[in-house]
Write a protein that binds this ligand. Structure first.
Ligand SMILES: Cc1cc2nc3c(=O)[nH]c(=O)nc-3n(C[C@H](O)[C@H](O)[C@H](O)COP(=O)(O)O)c2cc1C
Length: 468
């Protein structure tokens, strides 16, 4: 049972997935450079890194909490969210015990109120906040769980949004359009009120992964974490501010004025570029609390591969059953890390009825955060969409650009896509790289794919060492 970040550190250490760095390191560019090198070398099996001696601070820094796919798989194994969804989808039935457990675990529980056990900090300057890339506009809090409650219906949202430090009491709040925090800010603007915000830094991996997960808006991430953890999320009451995980290392309370904006960036992001300096929301800090001897948690992103690539690859597989609810024709989906999540998406389509390929592509464009995808390419079921040779072969041999490529203008795009003319508005490209038939307007006989004669191939395999 992993109770908090410290329990997770023990777990990582026991599973050989923790690197401990005792050398003195600077939070300015050094911690990020070491983390980036770890990620480039070990990719989806990177270690989490604990920096014990951070220049100028007596607080250790932990990076790469989600660096290893095999660790994440192990943590989230057993009957959890994904199995629950699969069971319903395939009508396999859920046992009474599993069903009851899921219901119980999904209800977060307030275990304490107030900040006993925490000390109050004077300002953000007391935290070893990182500067990641040389031309970043400053230091950024990069792994905050940003908790808000909907001003309209009270539902809770938790997301991870970067926060540029403007000064000891003010930061940026980079919730992009379409995200849960931005929706709550819009609701606050409609009611003419400020939006209370709580930030939790350093908690257990279930809370963190759930905050990253692209869940449908309205699903409480703490409930999702409880199901995945197989025990309720324990919350700490923060008075008028949204409640945070009771195991948080650091808690910050404050507010966002929904009409206030300030320039934010540049910031070295997961696209491999600096994101452009643009106006964003402003977070005003009212109080900062830290456990005794807290550990500060941060994430480092950059040119793929980085930690968010690993988290993304894991979550895509874990949440695939959810997508099947929306469209059964999507047999598989893959977002290549080089596509920075929202810039490129491959889907494998199960074609059964006329128009199924477009239906599948449009459903991606209508589904939560997937709707931000810029380029969607649809493949037949014979293509391995994780194998770039297959992908390039299919695009090259199954696409007639005039017939198979569609451009849709004036759509919502990822705020981080600097290629569009203006922020969060751009276009989409849909590529149908499936084989064509008369229904697609194809006037010829689609050719057969080369397949060796089975018996002869077997015989040659047998004789290969003599022939070769
Ligand atoms: C390290 C890291 C940094 C992130 N930074 C941002 C960010 O600055 N802005 C943003 O909108 N999403 C960011 N995300 C992605 C969101 O956390 C993710 O889309 C999440 O599902 C949002 O959930 P929500 O729609 O419930 O708010 C980041 C993710 C990670 C892993």
């Amino acid at each position: 049972m992993i109770r908090d970040l410290r329990g997770y550190i023990d777990y990582l250490s026991r599973s050989g997935s923790l690197g401990i760095i005792n050398n003195g390191v600077s939070p300015e560019l050094e911690i990020s450079a070491i983390t980036d090198k770890e990620n480039r070398e070990r990719r989806s099996e990177s270690r989490s890194l604990l920096f014990e001696n951070v220049d100028g601070y007596d607080m250790p820094v932990m990076t790469n909490l989600m660096g290893s796919v095999s660790v994440l798989k192990k943590l989230f194994s057993g009957f959890g969210v994904s199995d629950f969804l699969s069971s319903i989808y395939y009508s396999k039935g859920v046992s009474m015990a599993n069903g009851a457990r899921i219901l119980l675990d999904s209800k977060p529980k307030v275990v304490r109120s107030g900040f006993s056990g925490y000390k109050k900090l004077g300002s953000l300057d007391e935290l070893p906040i990182l500067k990641t890339w040389p031309n970043d506009a400053g230091r950024y809090i990069t792994l905050p769980l940003v908790v808000t409650n909907s001003p309209s219906d009270g539902t809770t949202n938790v997301g991870i949004y970067r926060m540029q430090v403007f000064d000891g009491e003010t930061t940026g709040m980079h919730w992009q359009s379409q995200k849960g925090g931005a929706i709550h800010a819009l609701e606050a603007e409609e009611t003419g009120s400020q939006l209370s915000v709580s930030i939790a830094i350093g908690t257990d991996p279930f809370n963190i992964l759930s905050a990253v997960a692209p869940l449908p808006h309205g699903i409480n991430e703490f409930a999702f974490a409880g199901i995945a953890r197989k025990s309720k999320t324990a919350l700490l009451g923060c008075g008028d501010y949204p409640y945070v995980p009771a195991n948080s290392e650091i808690i910050i309370n404050g507010y966002v004025d929904p009409v206030e904006r300030r320039d934010e960036g540049p910031y070295g992001d997961h696209t491999g570029y600096y994101s452009i300096k643009e106006p964003t929301y402003v977070f005003h800090i009212k109080a900062i609390y830290a456990k005794k001897d807290p550990i500060y948690a941060a994430s480092v992103v950059g040119f793929p591969w980085s930690e968010d690539s690993t988290a993304g690859q894991f979550l895509m597989e874990y949440l695939k059953p959810m997508l099947r609810f929306v469209n059964q024709n999507i047999a598989d989906i893959y977002l290549p890390p080089e596509g920075a999540f929202t810039n490129m998406c491959f889907i494998k389509v199960r074609k059964r009825f006329p128009g199924d390929v477009k239906k599948a592509m449009f459903s991606v464009l209508g589904t939560g955060q997937l709707s931000l995808t810029k380029i969607i390419i649809a493949f037949d079921e014979d293509i391995d969409i994780r194998n770039l040779s297959h992908v390039v072969w299919a695009i090259s041999t199954r696409v007639d650009p005039d017939r198979d490529i569609q451009i849709i203008k004036g759509t919502a795009t990822d705020t981080l896509d600097h290629a569009s003319n203006s922020p969060a508005r751009g276009s989409k490209m849909l590529i149908d790289a499936t084989m064509k038939s008369k229904e697609d307007g194809y006037l010829r006989e689609w050719p057969d794919i080369l397949v060796p004669d089975k018996d002869i191939a077997k015989e040659i395999d047998r004789k290969w060492s003599q022939i070769n």
